[in-house]
Design a protein around this ligand. Structure first.
Ligand code: ADP
Length: 382
């Protein structure tokens, strides 16, 4: 049985001898169709959608130019490359064929190697165009998805902020203990939802590769204080102890992407609290790993005595949507975005992140981050 031929050719020529010769040349490599007049050619082209059409110019009734015009008029056959063939080896015909928009031109009598090469070229060009189109379509669809996700998230953020703001106002007002308790529940749920929305925003940025480091001067201690404000409630609610140990040689002011840096720390601290039972212990430490005249590399470590992570899962958890165990996570909540975002942020900031953990004993998440001591100096004359 013949091996399946992935490409097909349609030869249109009123001269049966020419069709026979071209069949001999092309049939071993291509599925071969033939038509002896323009009308049939258009029908076969629309039905079989060949990869390349070899079209004779001089034919009775409808000539090659008219067939070509009809093929280009039809949406189905418009993109099929057409190679004109002619017995008239004059430059005028060649010029006219190319002027009409033919992809190439072959003269009779046929040189089998030239016929093969010209057909191969057209198939190559068509494939490249197809791949390019596929790539553009994929990029377009991913951009549309990302834009949609960002718009949705921004919309959700606006409403979340209103809900949280109003809950806060109600809590401050003279409400009964019962109401205060309900409001506290709303507050906790809102904060979880807000975190999720922010994670989704980060993931959509990450997919798009739109994440750009936004460096600025920041105060390390102030940054840490803000993080504590955010996660402090979770820790207090679970009556956990949070100790911290900050290397005094860390300069007060640093130059780097504060938002992403603090986001990684907040993610790790949130997880430490989430995956550690009530009354558990969390330890935060930050120290200088190395420094030179301009940069300083910090190592941050967050240790907990929580549920731990089995060895075989310790690499996977940095992948997007990866959870150690669905049932465990549904008990603690989470969708598996935080660590993948953290890894991405750390790597964008020139660092690495890893975990050491033992099941039922606890985990230590650590990452390094290269920051600058000062903003880059502006050189040159104004
Ligand atoms: P999420 O916390 O939203 O599930 P993450 O990407 O932050 O997503 O974490 C992925 C998974 O890694 C978690 O679902 C959990 O199974 C595991 N994990 C992360 N941090 C810890 C930790 N400190 N202790 C135990 N398991 C953890």
């Amino acid at each position: 049985m013949d091996e399946a031929k992935s490409n097909s050719i349609l030869v249109v020529d009123d001269d049966i001898l020419c069709i026979m010769i071209l069949k001999e040349i092309l049939r071993p490599e291509y599925t071969f169709y033939a038509a002896r007049n323009g009308r049939n050619a258009i029908k076969i082209a629309e039905k079989k959608l060949p990869d390349v059409i070899l079209l004779d110019i001089s034919m009775p009734e409808i000539d090659g130019y008219a067939v070509f015009a009809a093929l280009k008029d039809s949406e189905k056959t418009r993109d099929i490359p057409v190679i004109f063939i002619s017995g008239h080896s004059d430059a005028e015909n060649e010029e006219k064929a190319l002027f009409f928009g033919a992809s190439d031109y072959i003269k009779k009598p046929f040189n089998s190697e030239i016929v093969k090469l010209r057909v191969q070229n057209q198939i190559k060009v068509k494939k490249q165009k197809f791949l390019l189109l596929e790539k553009k379509l994929a990029e377009m669809s991913s951009r549309i998805k990302i834009e949609f996700l960002s718009r949705m998230n921004n919309e959700m953020l606006t409403h979340m902020n209103t809900i949280m703001g109003m809950t806060h106002m109600l809590k401050m007002s003279d409400s009964s203990d019962d109401t205060k308790e309900y409001l506290e529940e709303i507050d906790v749920a809102s904060r979880h939802l807000l975190r999720l929305i922010n994670d989704l925003l980060d993931v959509s940025g990450k997919r798009d590769n739109a994440f750009i480091i936004a460096n600025s001067v920041f105060n390390f201690n102030n940054m840490f204080r803000e993080i504590l404000k955010k996660i402090g409630r979770d820790v207090t609610q679970k009556r956990q102890t949070l100790n911290f140990d900050i290397d005094p040689s860390i300069p007060m002011f640093l130059y780097g992407d504060e938002k992403r840096f603090s986001k990684v720390i907040a993610n790790l601290l949130t997880n430490a609290s989430k995956f550690t039972p009530e009354n558990g212990e969390i330890h935060f430490s930050a120290y200088v790993l190395s420094k030179d005249s301009e940069t300083i590399t910090l190592q941050i470590e967050i240790t907990d005595n929580g549920i731990g992570i089995p060895k075989e899962k310790q690499n996977d958890i940095f992948n997007v949507f990866e959870l150690v165990d669905g049932s465990v996570t549904s008990e603690y909540g989470g969708v598996g975005l935080g660590l993948s975002i953290s890894k991405h942020f750390v790597e964008m900031m020139g660092g690495k992140i890893w975990v050491d953990s033992e099941l039922d004993k606890g985990s230590k998440f650590a990452f390094t981050c290269k920051l600058h001591k000062n903003p880059p100096s502006v050189t040159g004359n104004l």
